[in-house]
Design a protein around this ligand. Structure first.
Ligand code: HAX
Length: 442
């Protein structure tokens, strides 16, 4: 057994009695109420999911296992000569709640490296897509196609005790996560590089190997580590995390669940906003006559108002939970101020940071006028030469899969059941509201 799996097993044994006690002795305690606005409004804010892997405070932002992002970046072990930590160390932290030592992080690097090679048929699946297919569609399908590899599914059909579900789920998760950089970079090569692919380097870590396969020099390895780590988890209720959890709750294996979560991430109000920001910015760049012409604040304000007045959202701004600037935005901004201050597109993003929040406040609709993670991630990729912006959500998906796999392993470890909330009808809501009398059926 790997050290990570042993540690995880210890943690599961510690945690199970806590969950069982809450369920058996305190199951009737009320933790929230549900209003009509919440039932009609996307269940916003209803406390009905449990995860210990991350927690999103509306004002402070995300904490992974109790650590702020700043602390995560300070404390996780880093490869020599790198500013950013091992992604594998983050997986250790998310799964166990303990900050890994360098040796513990390196054990996971080794584990991932051994499992990184993808089955041959995945190349064929990717190659079979017609041109102009969106990379997220290809990514989701490639992951889905590996369903046949699932240990969990094999063990389940052979008969396995419920308490042991987490074990094959862990094996499937590590197998899948280790392969995601290979799958993504092969998709990138197929769509944008005439299929000219760079083979992986088994001596590199997750972020380093991803940069290598993308054909990028330093510091793109650190850019990748930063990107994957900040995108990995955002508690359980966002569309991608919730989709992964929901699908896995029917005991679908990790391939089915992560493919589904990728599809949720591919929507423009969620992960596709990373692409949306650059697309929207480039319409402005074209209007200005090229990226060398930096618009004035007034020109940007006019563009923002035009977008709003045409009934569209400003991509990269607003959030369903956050009520302050997203710390994931702030971290990327810090990186950008250090490394891409003179980049013309960064200058656009910088002006947006000043002008969009007051406009959204003035419009008075968005509850959170501040930028989110997606407002800043694309410009960094653009700067380092990944200019095919419809690929950006795939990068998000690689990161997000790490957190969701950790959550699903824990879902199985703690025996979380099939998810099945209850629906009501509009008539019933009107009855609750007292504007309609309950009809008795004749
Ligand atoms: N631009 C214009 N209007 C916005 C807005 C924005 N950036 N953000 C919110 N609003 C509007 C909503 O569309 C809504 O309008 P209606 O009443 O007409 O429906 C109103 O303000 C209230 O919305 P809200 O309660 O503040 O926000 P929601 O929780 O409903 O939605 C969203 C949160 C992130 C979907 C929203 O802010 C949005 O559409 N932002 C732009 C897209 C985006 O950046 N998405 C990525 C978010 C981060 C993420 O998940 N990344 O993956």
């Amino acid at each position: 057994m790997s050290t990570l799996k042993e540690k995880l097993y210890e943690k599961i044994e510690e945690q199970r009695p806590r969950t069982e006690r809450l369920m058996n002795e305190y199951g009737d305690i009320v933790i929230d109420k549900v209003t009509i606005a919440q039932a009609l409004g996307g269940m916003r804010g209803i406390k009905s999911l449990v995860t210990d892997i991350s927690y999103l405070d509306p004002n402070e932002g995300i904490r992974y296992r109790g650590y702020t992002l700043k602390e995560v970046f300070e404390k996780l072990p880093k490869p020599k000569g790198s500013e950013m930590p091992y992604v594998e160390g983050l997986f250790y932290l998310l799964l166990t709640g303990d900050m890994p030592t360098e040796k513990e992080a390196l054990d996971v690097v080794d584990e991932f490296s051994k499992r990184r090679i993808i089955p041959r048929y995945i190349y064929e699946v990717i190659d079979s897509f017609p041109c102009c297919s969106h990379p997220m569609t290809i990514f989701a399908t490639a992951i889905l196609s590996m369903h046949r590899e699932s240990f969990f599914t094999k063990k389940y059909s052979a008969g396995i005790h419920k308490k042991d579900y987490w074990d094959p789920m862990y094996e499937d998760s590590v197998n899948l996560l280790a392969k995601l950089p290979e799958i993504a970079t092969y998709i990138y090569a197929k769509i944008y590089r005439d299929g000219k692919r760079i083979q992986s380097n088994p001596n590199l870590d997750f972020g380093g190997n991803f940069a290598f396969m993308m054909g990028k020099e330093k510091p793109y390895d650190d850019v990748s580590r930063l990107h994957f780590i900040i995108h990995s988890d955002h508690e359980s209720g966002n569309v991608s995390a919730h989709t992964g959890h929901l699908v896995a709750s029917s005991l679908s294996d990790i391939y089915l669940s992560i493919s589904a979560m990728v599809n949720g991430l591919a929507g423009p109000l969620h992960g596709l906003a990373a692409q949306g920001v650059l697309q929207w910015l480039h319409e402005l760049v074209d209007r200005m006559g090229g990226e060398k012409v930096i618009p004035s604040e007034d020109e940007i304000k006019q563009y923002v108002w035009e977008t709003l007045n045409s009934g569209q959202v400003i991509p990269g701004f607003g959030h369903a939970v956050l009520r302050k600037t997203d710390p994931r935005y702030a971290l990327q901004r810090e990186f950008s101020l250090k490394y891409l201050k003179e980049d013309p597109i960064f200058k656009y993003v910088d002006i947006l940071y000043k002008v969009v929040p007051p406009i959204l406040k003035e419009q008075g609709k968005a509850k959170n006028p501040w930028p989110n993670v997606d407002a800043q991630s694309g410009v960094i990729q653009w700067h380092y030469g990944v200019r095919e912006y419809d690929f950006y959500t795939v990068l998000f998906g690689i990161g997000r899969a790490i957190g969701i796999c950790a959550n699903i392993i824990w879902d199985r470890a703690l025996g979380y059941p099939l998810e099945r909330p209850k629906s009501v009808t509009t008539d019933m809501l009107e009855e609750f509201a007292g504007i309609k009398k309950k009809e008795t059926k004749k």
